[in-house]
Ligand binder design. Sequence first.
Ligand SMILES: Nc1ncnc2c1ncn2[C@@H]1O[C@H](COP(=O)(O)OP(=O)(O)OP(=O)(O)O)[C@@H](O)[C@H]1O
Length: 480
Amino acid sequence: MATDSWALAVDEQEAAAESLGGLQIKEKDETSKAEANGTAKTEDDGDKPDEDDKEDKAAQSLLNKLIRSNLVNTTNQVEVLQRDPNSPLYSVKSFEELRLKPQLLQGVYAMGFNRPSKIQENALPMMLAEPPQNLIAQSQSGTGKTAAFVLAMLSHVDPAHKWPQCLCVSPTYELALQTGKVIEQMGKFYPEVKLAYAIRGNKLERGMKIQEQIVIGTPGTVLDWCLKLKFIDPKKIKVFVLDEADVMIATQGHQDQSIRIQRMLPKDCQMLLFSATFEDSVWRFAQRIVPDPNIIKLKREEETLDTIKQYYVLCNNKEEKFTALCNIYGAITIAQAMIFCHTRKTAGWLAGELSREGHQVALLSGEMVVEQRAAVIERFREGKEKVLVTTNVCARGIDVEQVSVVINFDLPVDKDGNPDNETYLHRIGRTGRFGKRGLAINMVDSKHSMNILNRIQEHFNKKIEKLDTDDLDEIEKIAN
Ligand SMILES: Nc1ncnc2c1ncn2[C@@H]1O[C@H](COP(=O)(O)OP(=O)(O)OP(=O)(O)O)[C@@H](O)[C@H]1O
């Protein structure tokens, strides 16, 4: 299906992904994974839904970090539960109030932070208090948790001591590297403090002792370094951070390893745990890791369909859906659109067809590793491409504010073929705060998909209007 310009666009995307630097781009063994999963039946000629539809929390979290350049705004209030309810509740509105070391304040400002984020206002005074306080903090990705605990670790180390004093565990190698980068950035003007990575592949000579004051790594390697190889003396650790607890517990074995690490630490070691979500399993785990915690929670901003105009278009097959799409493009001006497909095959086909029609198309699908996906999204955000065709892989977590038109080329369904209301809302919903008007167009091509649409409509109790894409006047109206 590839046309020259399409092939060129893919080359450009791949080059962009490679130039992202820092992290290695790895090939994934998609074929064998897809074969292993070969039973799934879909509307698309037996084609399989994108492999990465399966929740991959670590990849999602990494993608979020790679594409995010700013704090996520929220109007919700922070909830604080103090261990000692009688002690005054401190919160700060500026970094100066924290009496940070000048080198660290310089680092914070060099990163472009003017004032603490919502979660940092309460978390930082607790984390920097004397005596140290334990903390469990939950808030969505992008609200400033990493920056907060990095600042706490850097504040607590004594650079004169050449041994590990702060230990941070992350669920994956890549996530550990990302946090390491923040430590390096924030500690830029504090060069006496050094950082070591306890990650697979980082082999040290037996018998040696680590001199770096901060160690960041994955639970298995950290445990080995403390217990088996004795590179780290856990009794000298003053601050223990467990990051991304929700991602951590999704991986077999990480929970036990983390608990075993925690048990080796001294009683007065400060324990800090962070999570983007707080389901019961995370909460139970958090309580095993952090004794006598203070708790800070920041609710996620709710998405709504209130400011969205929703339509559906009746078609018979994917070719007709494509024609309808072209008619829409012919009638209204669409600055940028995201188009969601159920399978990689449909997404690839559609991207090729659109490209043939002269659209600048970006394609996002499961065979790309996270860094490549991040690069494609980045290019789209910069406006280099006007249409982003994607499978479910990026339905979550990407926040492209300028996109006002979302097209469900296939309706979102879960693995059992039922309507996936949550994904529907997440794709087209907007937070009240950024209540820009949006347009959502759903393509319906069978009785089955009409049924899905009706159920989505019922679920949200919001009418989805029928749109006749052969009638140009009618299409023009929806843009007003
Ligand atoms: N006080 C602040 N002022 C401005 N920007 C900030 C501040 N704190 C953090 N940031 C920036 O906001 C973004 C999100 O912060 P951070 O990574 O700490 O959030 P997080 O809650 O840990 O999310 P994630 O788990 O996805 O990393 C980063 O780009 C970070 O540099």
